[in-house]
Design a protein around this ligand. Structure first.
Ligand SMILES: [Zn+2]
Length: 269
């Protein structure tokens, strides 16, 4: 990664960005700030933090963060150089040079994030291990480290990186665990189930994203209030927890119990 950094440092800062994109749907992980907000800005150069490459803008307002994973490759193309037909991500500079990311793999794992410097800092400082590929042993250490409601624990990027509220719903349903269960109470068998569900659900999500599937087709529990659970047919229920709405199946996950709202405003009182 250090080799990449040195190689790219000069070229990326030579000209302002003319066009940001296109980006593969599985590669670009953020939508706010929008990608085109990079256009017209100058990159300051290339920095590296662990396995991540950072391209901060000269004005200090945005940071483009790239994680190549195993199969991602970055290439700087001079104006007129032949580039890949369908890069996973590209930035074109004024004058015609380009920074392109390619990933020669069936599963797109490399990622690009456009962040504010504060968000980038938070992301990098406190990032837990990636959810995808996390084994039961490592997950066991995390869940038993501090006792938290499972839905909140899964979403905590400092503990496990890469799970948002939608996938927390999908994963807990697949693992047949209550979103309110306390992580410290999980036994070995439940931890194993959670680790397996996490990997299977995220793999399923990646595969569907690659096919360009809509949210509607991807999520089986998230935002499916009142629809039949795809496992048992019970209508999917919802509950407000902290600032999120959780979706779950009362038969598969909570032994028939209906969960009570626990909004942040009520918890603070
Ligand atoms: Zn069910």
């Amino acid at each position: 990664m250090e080799a990449w950094r040195r190689q790219l440092d000069g070229p990326v800062s030579a000209f302002p960005i003319a066009r940001a994109g296109p980006a593969h749907i599985a590669t670009l992980k953020t939508f706010d700030p929008p990608l085109d907000s990079l256009e017209g800005r100058h990159l300051r150069g290339t920095e590296r933090r662990g396995k991540r490459l950072l391209f901060p803008t000269e004005d200090g307002e945005l940071v483009l963060l790239v994680h190549l994973m195993t199969a991602g490759r970055l290439k700087f193309l001079q104006a007129g150089d032949k580039g890949p037909k369908a890069p996973a991500f590209a930035v074109e500079f004024q004058g015609g040079s380009k920074l392109v990311l390619t990933e020669n793999a069936r599963k797109k794992r490399a990622g690009v994030w456009l962040l504010t410097p504060e968000a980038a800092e938070a992301e990098l400082e406190h990032l837990g291990p990636e959810a995808l590929g996390l084994g039961p042993e490592q997950l066991g250490e995390i869940v038993h480290g501090e006792s938290r409601r499972l839905h909140a624990l899964l979403r905590d990027q400092r503990l496990i990186a890469g799970i948002g509220r939608a996938w927390a719903n999908e994963i807990l349903h697949a693992a047949k665990l209550s979103p309110y269960a306390l992580s410290g109470d999980l036994d070995d068998e439940q931890v194993e189930r959670l680790a397996a569900a996490m990997n299977e659900e995220l793999e399923r999500g990646l595969a569907l994203r690659e096919q360009g599937a809509s949210d509607e087709k991807t999520y089986r529990v998230h935002r499916r209030l009142g629809e039949a659970c795809h496992v048992c047919g019970t209508p999917i229920a919802q509950v407000d927890f902290e600032e999120h709405t959780i979706f779950y199946c009362p038969t598969c996950q909570t032994g028939g119990r209906v969960l009570k709202d626990r909004r942040l405003s009520r918890l603070l009182r």
